[in-house]
Design a protein around this ligand. Structure first.
Ligand code: CDT
Length: 320
């Protein structure tokens, strides 16, 4: 019995700092309606999709920072999105800044939720790889203060049974790390959903700027191929408050081939009908984890005292 999921990469153009949550939610709802017209089951929105990308500014006042965070999901501004999704019978994945109390402490995460067609939240992920810096660096034309404003995600990489498949989530910088995809693939994920905000210019490494779109495609396509999974990568692109960000949203098949992509850097959908069994032949052959992976060899590396130290112990690989 063939299994398919029709997915929209629901790219957003810039969100101005003055734009309200309700105005943004209207844009997300327009995407949901268009995705439904195009026969989709699931729409994937970018990272921090409800506000401008606030880590680009240094704020000394915690109240000013917290104004970008959601304390409940859905809250009053986001409830119409859930209501419309339920009415349409369309699921979505949404990135947002999450403020929560855990073990008596205030925590702030860069999070994403997976919402089923019923409007029920069925999965949550909190970003693990936080890029940028934690102190104000006035020499930069703009900041990237994720390390200051967010805690490292405390869920690790999890896979959720939803939409008739197994779905994993990660967020932006996570997509550059092979461990992200592999952790999800080892748990049986058939599809990975991810949103991103990637400035074209990275102040500490301007020599990478011309390669930003290439690296974006490179990591998602290799993540898909090396793990036999679908990867849906969705940007908030365009010039946001004077900082240009890459667009390049795409849906990548387990072959590593990009089957749908956005052409603009504004609000746009890229849609693909994804065969959920397309990864099976990769996982049965070239990337048959049970048969070919050698975890003992990778474990040797993690036993080093520090990065760059040679492995001194020689192991006899376990007999198959
Ligand atoms: N949002 C996010 O994670 N962006 C990073 C840019 C890092 S540059 C300091 C990314 O990897 O795309």
């Amino acid at each position: 019995m063939p299994r398919h999921l029709t997915v929209a990469a629901a790219q957003l153009g810039p969100i101005a700092r003055a734009e309200t949550r309700s105005q943004v939610v209207e844009r997300l709802i327009a995407h949901l309606r268009e995705a439904k017209r195009m026969g989709c089951d699931l729409a994937v929105f970018p990272e921090l999709a409800l506000t401008t990308f606030f880590p680009r500014w240094y704020f000394a006042d915690q109240a000013e920072i917290d104004a970008f965070f959601e304390v409940e999901m859905p809250g009053s501004a986001t409830r119409p999105l859930f209501d419309e999704a339920r009415r349409l019978g369309l699921g979505f994945c949404l990135g947002y800044a999450e403020l929560t109390q855990e073990e008596g402490k205030t925590k702030r995460f860069n999070s994403a939720i997976l919402v089923e067609k019923s409007g029920e939240i069925v999965g949550k992920y909190r970003k693990v790889h936080l890029p940028g810096h934690d102190a104000h660096e006035p020499w930069r034309r703009f900041q990237h203060l994720e390390k200051r404003y967010f805690d490292v995600g405390n869920y690790g990489f999890r896979v959720f049974s939803a939409f008739g498949t197994k779905i994993g989530m990660c967020i932006c910088n996570d997509r550059r790390w092979p461990e992200t995809y592999r952790s999800l693939a080892l748990q049986g994920a058939e599809m990975v959903l991810l949103g991103y905000n990637t400035p074209v210019h990275n102040p500490p490494a301007p020599d990478h700027d011309d390669l930003a779109l290439f690296h974006n495609a490179l990591v998602m396509q290799s993540g898909a191929y090396q793990n036999g999974m679908w990867v849906v990568g969705v940007a908030k692109g365009g010039d946001e408050e004077g900082v240009p960000a890459i667009a390049g949203s795409m849906i990548v098949a387990p072959s590593g081939v990009t089957v749908a992509a956005c052409r603009s850097d504004g609000d746009e959908l890229a849609v693909a009908r994804c065969d959920l069994d397309a990864g099976a032949s990769y996982r049965r052959t070239t990337f048959n984890f049970e048969r070919h992976r050698q975890p003992w060899a990778y474990e040797l590396v993690t036993q080093r005292k520090g990065i760059g130290e040679p492995v001194v112990k020689v192991y006899d690989p376990p007999k198959a």
